[in-house]
Design a protein around this ligand. Structure first.
Ligand code: SIN
Length: 280
């Protein structure tokens, strides 16, 4: 297997390996898992695999989960369709860590390209360990111990009826997570806010808030500043898809952005999502 890092910060392409072999080869699995923790996102080209192989590869890393809004591929629990047709349904995207609105957000995902446009439709991943590391010290001090709520309502719920949205929120109420979480396997600190984050829950203290304008606007400015860090190119890798390309990412240490520049061309992907634990 050849390992080709793609940037100085994040992402490596693994060559001369089939992810179908990982299901039955413990040493290969251990090597790929270590590379994933190091590079945060790994890419494989020309994978001539089945859906069962895709699910088996992802399942080596943990249990798989479906998504309350995305369609599950019939017969393959844990595998969802990400399909943009020739219709005007290309309305993504934001930098995000998948499903941070869950109490136990996924720890990873494996995305396979079924078909994609000749040009466009790339995905960008961001190293959120680097994003945390490079924050100014005064910001690091300010956000230590801070917690933010994360919700599904204002993203996936936005195109629903009121009744549907209320049902979604009953099933997935706001959850709060640390703004700086710790990686359960590497111990690294990670900046963990994104577009699903709605507000801080413990910002309104005498140190932070002197007068009214410091409260909601002050907290929002800080939250937006933190969210904006994911857009810094030095923390990013950008991947050009081909049919048969596969990416696996650490959803704790990264965010990603599916670039929506290819309408009216269609794009069809399938994603296996690996369940995670409560952030700390
Ligand atoms: C996702 O957000 O998990 C999908 C990324 C993509 O379609 O490139």
């Amino acid at each position: 297997m050849q390992i080709k890092p793609l940037t100085c910060s994040i992402g490596a392409e693994l060559r001369d390996v089939s992810i179908a072999d990982v299901a039955k080869d413990d040493a290969l699995f251990a090597e790929i898992k270590a590379l994933l923790l190091k590079h945060r996102v790994l890419f494989f080209r020309d994978q001539d695999i089945t859906r069962a192989d895709h699910v088996a590869f992802a399942s080596r890393f943990g249990d798989l989960e479906d998504h309350p809004v995305a369609n599950t591929v019939p017969g393959y629990p844990g595998l969802i369709e990400i399909y943009k047709s020739e219709k005007r349904d290309h309305f993504e995207n934001t930098y995000h860590s998948d499903a941070s609105w869950r109490a136990n957000p996924p720890k990873g995902a494996v995305l396979r390209c079924i078909s994609c446009p000749e040009v466009g439709g790339d995905t960008i991943w961001v190293n959120m360990v680097e994003a945390y590391k490079n924050l100014p010290d005064d910001i690091k001090a300010k956000i230590e111990g801070l917690r933010a709520k994360h919700g599904i309502e204002h993203s996936f719920g936005a195109v629903m009826t009121t009744e549907e949205r209320e049902e979604l929120v009953r099933k997935y109420p706001l959850v709060d997570h640390p703004v700086v979480r710790t990686h359960p396997e590497t111990g690294e600190k990670i900046l963990y806010v994104g577009p699903f984050s709605t507000h801080f829950i413990n910002y309104h203290t005498p140190e932070n808030v002197r007068f009214g304008q410091d409260k909601t606007p002050g907290a929002s400015l800080l939250l937006n500043y933190l969210i904006s860090q994911a857009a810094i190119p030095e923390y990013q890798v950008r991947f050009k898809w081909e049919p048969g390309s596969v990416a696996i990412w650490d959803n704790i240490a990264t965010q990603h952005y599916a670039v929506s520049d290819y309408w009216p061309a269609p794009r069809r992907m399938e994603r296996a999502t690996i369940s995670g634990d409560r952030p700390f």
